[in-house]
Design a protein around this ligand. Structure first.
Ligand SMILES: [Zn+2]
Ligand SMILES: [Zn+2]
Length: 263
């Protein structure tokens, strides 16, 4: 179909069936992202999410841009200067090489992740996994990574929730890009309290020793990308990275959809 006919039919369709925002449920005018004048990443955000989120919810999603910690990806409050290693990364041992995230864990992105995880709003898996894919290609290439490993849920939590959100974020595009992923080898050997209610120190204690490998030989020599929905203090991904490095991974990098702006 010629493009003007396509956009005409889209306009007519939108007038009859206006899209409904997956975050706030409001009907909205589909503006095709109205390519923002901000940095590239804002344009990407507009393109990918205009079909799913209203303008106001999109404006509440804040992509992470430099300067940020070159190790853990923490966005610095000051928007001036170069990226460098943050004080937490200088003080605490990081078993991963670098961690990167799409956006700040706040506003629209936090809301969207909560709706997917706790309200089981599965329609959000499409835009959120598209954002995870964009973040992957912003920082890595297909040849940089041998294996993608989602942060596992304990089998009890998996039964309660019915799905692992980390796996949902990568499954579709990892298959398309032919990047192997393994949701079985790394597993949680004990049920832990949800990290959300714990202090920073308690989080590190709570998660220590909570992960094991079914076949440690499966990881040896691999360049691993560990994926999760949110990076808060980094306790969970760091503990997973420790186990993977102990099994002989060449390196472990971290990709999360969101990142707490304050560690
Ligand atoms: Zn909305
Ligand atoms: Zn850091």
């Amino acid at each position: 179909m010629p493009s003007f006919l396509h956009s005409l039919s889209q306009t007519v369709l939108n007038a009859i069936f206006p899209p409904r925002c997956l975050i706030c449920s409001a009907f909205y005018d589909h503006d095709h992202g109205q390519a923002s004048t901000g940095p590239d990443v804002s344009n990407l955000l507009a393109d990918y999410t205009a079909s799913y989120f209203c303008k106001s919810c999109r404006e509440g999603i804040i992509p992470i841009t430099s300067p940020c910690c070159s190790k853990c990806g923490l966005p610095f409050v000051s928007r001036q200067g170069e990226s460098h290693t943050c004080s937490e990364c200088l003080l605490e041992k990081r078993y991963f090489r670098k961690a990167r995230a799409f956006g700040v864990y706040d506003g629209g992105l936090m809301e969207a992740i909560h709706l997917l995880k706790y309200e089981k709003k599965s329609s959000l898996s499409m835009p959120l996994s598209a954002l995870a894919r964009e973040t992957f290609f912003q920082f890595w290439d297909v040849n940089d990574i041998d294996l993608i490993v989602p942060v596992p849920l304990h089998v009890k939590r998996l039964r309660e929730r019915g799905f692992n959100q980390a796996l949902i974020l990568i499954r579709r595009w990892a298959k398309q890009e032919r990047i192997p992923f393994d949701g079985l080898t790394l597993y949680r050997n004990r049920y832990t309290e949800p990290q959300t209610t714990l202090s920073r120190i308690e989080r590190w204690k709570n998660i220590k020793g909570a992960f094991s490998l079914r076949h440690p030989g499966r990881i040896k020599g691999y360049k691993v990308l560990l994926v999760d929905d949110v990076y808060t203090t980094g306790a969970t991904v760091n503990e997973c990275a420790r186990v993977l490095m102990k099994a002989g991974a060449e390196f472990v990098d971290i990709l999360t959809l969101a990142r707490a702006a304050v560690a």
